[in-house]
Ligand binder design. Sequence first.
Ligand SMILES: Nc1ncnc2c1ncn2[C@@H]1O[C@H](COP(=O)(O)OP(=O)(O)OP(=O)(O)O)[C@@H](O)[C@H]1O
Length: 291
Amino acid sequence: MSIPDPRPATATSTGKTPPADTDTGELLAVRELTVRTRTGQALVDGLSFAIGPGERLGLIGESGSGKSLTSLAALGLLPGGLTAEGSIRLAGTEIVGAPEKRLVKVRGRDAAIVFQEPLTALDPLMRVGRQIAGPLARHQGLKGAALRSAVTGALEQVRLPDPERIARARPHEISGGQRQRVALAMALACAPRLLIADEPTTALDVTVQAELLGLLDTLVQERNMSLLFISHDLAVVAGIADRVVVMKDGRAVEEGSVRDVVGAPRDPYTAALVDSARTLEDALERRKAAR
Ligand SMILES: Nc1ncnc2c1ncn2[C@@H]1O[C@H](COP(=O)(O)OP(=O)(O)OP(=O)(O)O)[C@@H](O)[C@H]1O
């Protein structure tokens, strides 16, 4: 593991970016988000951040700090028994308190999510091709040969070799890395403006993890998407995000450019994260040198 050079401060995607929320210029604006249990315990507590068109934000923090609940709340997908307060505006739509009918329109089109475990999004019994065909048919109105060719195209876009074979396979018949690419293809099928990636590489081995991160980076750039990237791993976030929000116990303890946060952390918790990433990096360097 190594902490990659933080992307330059100007490294947001260039080119034509789609319009954002006309009021604020932000694609996703989270304001004072609090997620509570039935008993009133705050699991996310007064969290605020924003993502502009084409911008990449990393959300980092230890296990249980509230990262996943934040990403689920952004699409109105909180599990039963948990409620959100505050405001989440996604491309101009208020998500907190929105009826399911409005949320269905937003999901996939304005933002889509890729989870740590691809089987969360995939039906284990259905062939991969049929699963990708669903959103393509709904979104683009395709049928027959045109739909089949769009499915193959979607699998090619996530750089899957032999897409016809993958399309015929069921999820358990392909590798974990291939499954995550299929989940990514499904998330991209409706050309979302924001991709939320919740620990998308954590379950993969290191080589496959690096390949998938490279692919994600390329796709986000090619499509001028915004990215909310969630991870407990500072090195991974530093390699893909422009800005970072550090979470602890449901709150943001620090926010800034990756360069500033890694280079000069202000909060003791962030400093400890940076230190532990560096200590591991140094240990690996020493081992390399000793060989
Ligand atoms: N449905 C639920 N009911 C009650 N508590 C929950 C529920 N879902 C999550 N929590 C709790 O909320 C806190 C935040 O969970 P969350 O999954 O957002 O953390 P996280 O930062 O994503 O951690 P991880 O990296 O382990 O996924 C944790 O303490 C978790 O146990």
